[in-house]
Design a protein around this ligand. Structure first.
Ligand SMILES: [Zn+2]
Length: 433
């Protein structure tokens, strides 16, 4: 996980996690609580009845093993079930509980979302369980939840209440929570446009087989172009996470520096917290020494090799566009001029092509003439003539997808006719790219 050394004080870990959960709109100010268990058996937890949007370090409560508390408030009223989870599962060190809208939708329908729509959600969420209803704050609720964790579950829907996930660290629990909510959000959208397609065991296993075997090299003095690309990539990665175009645990973003080099996101890192020196320089069959590049590095490289004008590539998971990737729902970008000019005819890439299964390569499908594609059960890929251009197209793709999904609830989606498209192609010189 991302914070293997656990250098952060639990007060700060809890504050950061809560701030992010609130900013991502995965809790209301009154709902949601987060805790961390220390090796001495004590538990740090968010307080009861304090605005989650303006929590401070001193608000976090320390509950000692003898049950006494240290802090200006009472611990969260849900402390009993946090304690019950830790008792049932000594391997788990952090718990996140909230009422995020998509998972709550499953909770009030008395069902659990299948995480088999993405390899990332499936492996990240772990075994998913369902805890029957009990009164909030009661020991009966603690028993109901602890029973699921004792049976090996790590992400549990609480009937008519919300969700609780636990992890080996708070960042692990947060990533699990985000992945689980993302799967739920995508399923809700996907059900509005078609029937979700679920991955088989063999398909899920493909994702784990992907390994990067490259040499490493020690780069020389960076050029100003490299420095510029590092800064822009980090800025857009952060913006992408905050605007929910990217999720923290999956996706890759790269930029070409010159004909021989490109920069790419590292493997297995929290995308929102990356710094300029985390990005990995790639040259031919070698990557910058001491870093591990994204597992999608070869896909980015193949696109740069085949298409000389492409300067940036992003694989991302914006929820509305991703919903099209998990169904047969038709994505037609001929909705408004902006969408067609930026996206053109959006291709669909069969599941497995991204893992180099079969003869087709993603680089044969996408180009600046077809700069955006849906990757079945794996989000989207977008190309650009600059980092900004790629990001811009990603935003247009997501807004277009959201508009199509919303339009479906009020009427029939009517694409622009061929003569309008021809007029756009001429006026915006679209055939000259
Ligand atoms: Zn609750």
């Amino acid at each position: 996980m991302t914070d293997q050394r656990h250098l952060l004080h639990p007060r700060d870990e809890i504050l950061q996690a809560m701030e992010r959960i609130y900013r991502y709109r995965m809790t209301t100010t009154s709902g949601g609580n987060v805790s961390v268990r220390q090796s001495d058996g004590s538990i740090w937890i968010t307080p009861a009845r304090v605005d989650k949007g303006s929590l401070t370090r001193s608000d976090v409560i320390h509950v000692l093993p003898d049950g006494s508390t240290d802090g200006p408030h009472r611990p969260s009223s849900e402390f009993p079930f946090h304690q019950a989870i830790y008792k049932a599962r000594p391997d788990l060190r952090a718990v996140v509980h909230a009422h995020p809208v998509a998972l709550v939708a499953f909770s009030i329908c008395g069902t659990i979302p299948s995480t088999r729509i993405f390899h990332q959600a499936f492996f990240m969420s772990g075994k998913v369980g369902f805890a029957p209803y009990a009164l909030p704050g009661s020991s009966a609720l603690g028993d109901s939840i602890a029973k699921q964790f004792a049976a090996g579950c790590e992400s549990v829907i609480m009937e008519n209440h919300g969700v609780v996930v636990a992890g080996k660290s708070l960042s692990h629990a947060f990533e699990r929570f985000e992945a689980f909510e993302f799967a739920a959000k995508t399923l809700l959208k996907a059900n509005r446009i078609g029937t979700p397609r679920y991955l088989s065991d063999d398909e899920l296993a493909l994702a784990n087989k992907r390994k990067i075997s490259m040499n490493s090299f020690v780069p020389g003095e960076p050029s100003d172009r490299e420095r510029e690309c590092r800064k822009q990539l980090i800025d857009f990665l952060r913006r992408g996470c905050r605007q929910r175009l990217l999720i923290s645990t999956e996706g890759s973003f790269s930029a070409r520096i010159d004909p021989e080099h490109f920069l790419i996101t590292p493997s297995q890192s929290d995308r929102e917290r990356l710094r300029i020196d985390d990005l990995v320089l790639v040259k031919g069959n070698a990557h910058e020494a001491g870093k591990v590049p994204s597992r999608a590095t070869r896909l980015h490289q193949a696109i740069y090799e085949k298409h000389a004008s492409v300067q940036s590539v992003v694989f991302a998971h914006p929820v509305n566009a991703t919903a099209f990737s998990v169904t047969e729902g038709n994505f037609d970008a001929r909705t408004i001029p902006e969408s067609y000019i930026f996206l053109r005819d959006v291709a669909r890439i069969a599941y497995g092509v991204q893992y180099e299964k079969g003869d087709t390569s993603i680089a044969d499908i996408v180009s600046l003439k077809s700069p955006a594609a849906l990757v079945e059960n794996d989000g989207v890929v977008v190309l650009g003539t600059s980092i900004l251009d790629a990001f811009d197209r990603l935003e247009v793709l997501e807004s277009t997808a959201e508009a199509i999904i919303n339009a479906g609830s009020i009427g029939k989606v009517t694409p622009m006719p061929n003569d309008v498209i021809d007029e756009l192609r001429i006026a915006f010189k679209m055939d000259s790219v």
